[in-house]
Design a protein around this ligand. Structure first.
Ligand code: DC
Length: 214
């Protein structure tokens, strides 16, 4: 079983993807980490992330272990990740990594959950089930604000909201693989849902989905 989950920043798609993977015994790939790890590798080698050829070379050399580096959530990497993610050749270089993960999940898992921005539209258009997870910008900003506070990172609510809106704008309006709901994706608006309610709703959709015939 292959599950594709897309949605904007702080929509809760990562938490949902992790929980679904555990519940159904699937491998999980947070594809945002691929863009983040590409930047980390580039910066480590002293490269300029705006140079597409360098970014492609870094993307092509990525390995699963690179996705575990603790600095991938740092602010500088977060900022550069959206720049690198807008480069067509970088996205192309990361396609096989994502498709291989879905088709041959590590650890002998019986399938995979991938979450990102273009999984249901570009990376895995034939996924068994597609979810588009969203929530109002205000609610997403509040969740991100609390998450930062719990991690001991000082932040200002209004700035977090501003940053979320800016990222939405970039992700939705970029030329290559913009964030959008696939026509056959279920919409899960979590604005008024807790993570547990969203998880239960997603499980119901998965369990009751019509089985695809070859
Ligand atoms: O989900 P995230 O914040 O970790 O993603 C980091 C960046 O990568 C963000 O700018 C969106 C982009 N991204 C993307 O373009 N396509 C994906 N499938 C996943 C993330």
């Amino acid at each position: 079983m292959v599950i594709a989950i897309d949605g904007p920043a702080a929509s809760g798609k990562g938490t949902l993807a992790r929980r679904l993977a555990r519940r159904f015994g699937l491998a999980h790939l947070d594809t945002g980490l691929l863009y983040r790890a590409t930047v980390a590798r580039l910066l480590h080698d002293g490269g300029d992330p705006t140079k597409e050829a360098l970014a492609v070379a870094a993307a092509s050399r990525l390995e699963i272990a690179d996705l575990e580096a603790p600095e991938l959530r740092d602010e500088e990497i977060t900022r550069w990740a959206s720049v690198v993610a807008a480069q067509r050749a970088v996205r192309l270089a990361l396609l096989d990594f994502q498709r291989d993960f879905a088709m041959l999940p590590p650890g002998g898992a019986g399938g995979a959950v991938l979450d990102g921005r273009d999984i249901g539209t570009v990376v895995l258009p034939d996924a068994d089930i597609k979810l588009f997870v969203t929530a109002s910008a205000e609610v997403r900003a509040e969740r991100r604000f609390r998450e930062l506070r719990d991690r001991g990172v000082g932040s200002i609510r209004s700035l977090v909201l501003h940053e979320i809106r800016e990222r939405d704008e970039r992700d939705r309006h970029r030329e290559v693989a913009p964030l959008k709901r696939a026509e056959d994706a279920f919409l899960l608006d979590t604005t008024d849902m807790s993570a547990s309610v969203a998880f239960d709703a997603a499980c119901q959709l998965i369990i009751s989905r019509p089985v695809k015939t070859a």
